[in-house]
Design a protein around this ligand. Structure first.
Ligand code: NAP
Length: 274
């Protein structure tokens, strides 16, 4: 028997934000969390607390799981395979693509429709205008549940391969962390020369925003290299990065980052560079 529209398993910062967005939109929601007190604010807003994962799963045709990691998902979900049968499971826990595919294979055997998700937002952004969430896996189940999933942000389906959402999610996060590492390296350099990270931040934001305009052209070079005429030669890029590494060394800043960046963008670093 199903009593509510959606079940949310896991009420950490993200699970609570997801459940709150559903309640704001007038959906009926069952919630479960290992530490039950974290459900209190949600139950005060109308959510139904479940005493077990099994009863939580049985309460709704659509079950969302958002917990710490892949291992926790398996610990919670595998014992309730019978309860999940015939329902849709949307896993919004961050996993690797292969972990998502393994969960999809398990779901196939358990006769559960499996959609994997990657949330490209922090909890405060859930339901906001610029927010998007990536999904992949069972396309029909995604389409059927799209009106609910759109409540978290734009719902972007990236393919039948259950691992696709995790792959794009981690690719985007990888680019983000590389950008932050670059900023930290730059801040160390300008501080070494009497500047401040704050001044650099004010310059970096508009500069990097403008640079993102070249992603689309860069992508052509990666997707179809034969048709690509690079604006900057590998030689030019290598010389620019060698100069950055040299400036970093002069300022006493470690050169591990420019060394890695050069290896990716222009081959091994110049042996003559300090
Ligand atoms: N927060 C973000 O900005 C963000 C952004 C994108 C994606 N995500 C992803 O969303 C997922 C949840 O993140 P979060 O921010 O909600 O993390 P969190 O606040 O640390 O919450 C972790 C959740 O996992 C549960 N949990 C951990 N170990 C468990 C176990 N052994 N058995 C049962 N439940 C267990 C916790 O239960 P207790 O409350 O009982 O500890 C809690 O509900 C993660 O995969 C994260 O990568 C988060």
């Amino acid at each position: 028997m199903t009593g509510t529209d959606v079940t949310v398993l896991g009420l950490g910062a993200m699970g609570r934000a997801l459940a709150a967005a559903l309640l704001r939109a007038g959906r009926t929601v069952t919630v479960w969390n290992r530490t039950p007190e974290k459900a209190d604010t949600l139950t005060n807003s109308g959510a139904h607390p479940a005493e077990s994962v099994s009863s939580a799963v049985r309460a709704s045709p659509l079950v969302l799981v958002c917990v710490l990691d892949d291992e926790t998902v398996h610990e919670l979900i595998e014992p309730v395979a019978g309860d999940l049968r015939g329902r849709t499971l949307v896993n919004l826990t961050t996993t690797t693509p292969e972990q998502a595919r393994a969960m999809a294979r398990w779901s196939g055997v358990a006769r559960v429709e499996y959609v994997d998700g990657g949330i490209m937002a922090v909890p405060d952004m859930i339901g906001g205008g610029d927010t998007f969430v990536l999904y992949s896996g069972a396309a029909e189940a995604f389409d059927r549940n799209r009106p609910v999933l759109e409540l978290f942000g734009r719902a972007v389906f990236v393919g039948d391969d259950a691992g696709a959402a995790a792959m794009y999610d981690l690719a985007l996060l990888g680019a983000m962390y590389a950008m932050f590492a670059g900023f930290e390296q730059g801040a160390a350099m300008v501080r070494g020369a009497g500047g401040t990270a704050g001044e650099l931040a004010a310059m970096a934001a508009p500069f990097l925003r403008a640079m993102t305009g070249s992603f689309a052209e860069f992508a052509v070079g990666i997707d179809t290299p034969a048709r690509y005429e690079p604006v900057q030669s590998a030689e030019f890029t290598a010389a620019a990065i060698d100069t950055i590494a040299r400036a970093g060394a002069e300022a006493g800043v470690p050169t591990a980052l420019p060394t890695a960046v050069r290896a990716v963008l222009a081959g091994p670093i110049d042996a003559a560079c300090p």
